[in-house]
Write a protein that binds this ligand. Structure first.
Ligand code: FAD
Length: 462
């Protein structure tokens, strides 16, 4: 196939919050720099970015593939765009109240205080899809080439140096051939922000052995539904987090209920994929969760209107791979930067994108896109609050996976007072698949309990 070749300076693969923040921050820095040169404040040459920076998003539009809770810690957004409110940032509500419950099969125990790391007071509640769409418009205004509906299918190398990407071929014909060949996009730097467990990220980590001597990447699956309610017992901005039911021995995670408007609530579960149950299905667990009287009471006269699922990396501190190599940088969830303790990865995604942008800005000014220059990104991350926060939460996921309240709960309690340490040292992170039992060992003579028939009210068909 003959492929068109286009030259860029920077290609962002993935148009999620990490890479869009990076593109916006980079171009804001460059526009300010060029302005300072034009006004005589600075001397030097202006940086030409016309047709030089692009974001590739495989979704049909920016925001099409983004799903989150979503509670956003606003500080980092204020750092990226201090005037985000004036720029029309789509905020649904601010968190006004929060509570944490431990659920038994039918009952609930209110946790007397919300741990500081779950404190979301004043944070923004928003639709990540709308937020991403909004950020993409700012990047476009800043003269970034926005290529939606375009997936990067392969990374292009010169030996081990990344030199660009090839986009996917389109329109598969009956003959087995594609009508529209993908493009070859050459670039000085490729920034991979594909989200959780991205395809190109997975390949490059393996090829360049970026995860040597790191703990394995492990994952949670977040499932979420939005309910439209006739009468809403919660107040707009109220956030509830739950532990316990439907999680049980060999299955760990947590639940959340966020009230995003007078008539809408978001209900979801984040379940670790390191389950012992070979029939484990987070959708099914969410339906069980909604049958708990505490949750049913909230949604009983409502109707589900939206639903979705997506994985999150939860290995945190110990499983962050090497994040730069010659010609490439990795941001956001692709870099395993989710803070599982806080159930949040948006703030770390945005901040990592900003740090990558600052290093790229220096690269443009010095005309130095070498591996040494790009490695500054990793240094900046290590010196940022992202690393210190993830370090404090380093034993959270493996402790939860051991079972709450016993014995994992005791280890969690210890961590809160010991800055993340446990009395038995740092806990081991095992690959998700290694915990799965076979059917006979897990279920014995029993079968998995079937779900009641879908009623599209409480029970939603998968
Ligand atoms: C159910 C759920 C609830 C959550 N709740 C919260 C919360 O309340 N607060 C919070 O802070 N975090 C929350 N998170 C985590 C948060 O959503 C992520 O940490 C954040 O979205 C990561 O941003 P990102 O840009 O790294 O990745 P993503 O948001 O996943 O964006 C990556 C983008 O890259 C695109 N892409 C991937 N591969 C390619 C390719 N090869 N070519 C082109 N495009 C590609 C994808 O389509 C996607 O648009 C939640 C996650 C889930 C699943």
């Amino acid at each position: 196939m003959e492929r068109e070749v286009i030259e860029f300076d920077v290609i962002f693969v993935g148009g999620g919050p990490a890479n869009l923040s990076s593109a916006v921050h980079l171009t804001n820095l460059i526009h300010k720099y060029n302005g300072d040169i034009a006004s005589g404040k600075l001397t030097g040459n202006a940086i030409d970015i016309e047709d030089k920076i692009a974001v590739l998003e495989k979704g049909a539009y920016f925001g099409a593939h983004n799903i989150s809770g979503a509670v956003l810690i606003p500080d980092v957004l204020s750092e990226l765009l201090p005037d985000h409110r004036e720029l029309g940032c789509p905020i649904d509500a601010e968190v006004t109240g929060e509570s944490t419950y431990f659920l038994t099969k039918r009952g609930k125990i209110k946790v007397p205080y919300t741990p500081a790391f779950l404190n979301s007071h004043g944070n923004y509640l928003l639709s990540l899809s709308k937020f991403t769409g909004w950020l993409s418009k700012i990047a476009e205004k800043n003269k970034v080439i926005m290529l939606e509906g375009t997936a990067a299918g392969e990374i292009l190398y010169d030996v081990s140096r990344v030199i660009g990407v090839q986009t996917d071929d389109k329109r598969l014909q009956e003959s087995g051939e594609y009508e529209t060949p993908g493009y070859i996009l050459n670039s000085k730097v490729v920034v991979l922000g594909e989200g959780s467990n991205g395809t190109l990220r997975k390949k490059i980590v393996e090829k360049l052995r970026l995860d040597d001597n790191r703990a394995p990447s492990i994952y949670e699956l977040g499932v979420k539904e939005i309910y439209e309610l006739k009468s809403n017992p919660l107040k707009k901005g109220e956030c509830i987090h739950t532990l316990g039911y439907p999680f049980r021995k060999g299955l760990s995670g947590g639940g959340f209920v966020y009230c995003i408007s007078e008539s809408q609530v978001v209900i979801g579960l984040i379940a670790h994929l390191s389950s012992e149950d070979p029939q484990f299905d987070p959708h099914r667990e969410l339906q069980q969760y909604k049958q708990h009287p505490f949750i049913t009471d909230i949604i009983k006269d409502g109707k589900p209107t939206h639903y979705g699922a997506r994985t999150l990396p939860c290995g945190g501190y110990f499983s962050i791979p090497k994040l730069t190599s010659d010609g490439v940088m990795i941001t956001g969830d692709s870099a395993n930067l989710v803070d599982s303790r806080r159930l949040k990865g948006l703030h770390t995604a945005i901040k990592s994108g900003m740090l990558a942008a600052e290093v790229l800005f220096d690269a443009f000014r010095r005309n130095d896109f070498s591996a040494t220059q790009l490695s500054q990104y990793e240094e900046r991350l290590k010196n940022s609050w992202i690393y210190s926060d993830l370090r404090t939460g380093r034993n959270f996921t493996p402790a939860v996976a051991m079972g709450v309240p016993f014995p994992g709960g005791l280890l969690l309690g210890y961590q809160f007072v010991a800055g993340g340490a446990t009395p038995i040292g740092d806990l081991t992170i095992n690959p998700d698949y290694s915990t799965t039992r076979d059917m006979r060992r897990y279920y014995g003579d029993k079968s998995p309990v079937p779900l009641p028939k879908a009623d599209d009210r409480i029970i939603v068909s998968k």
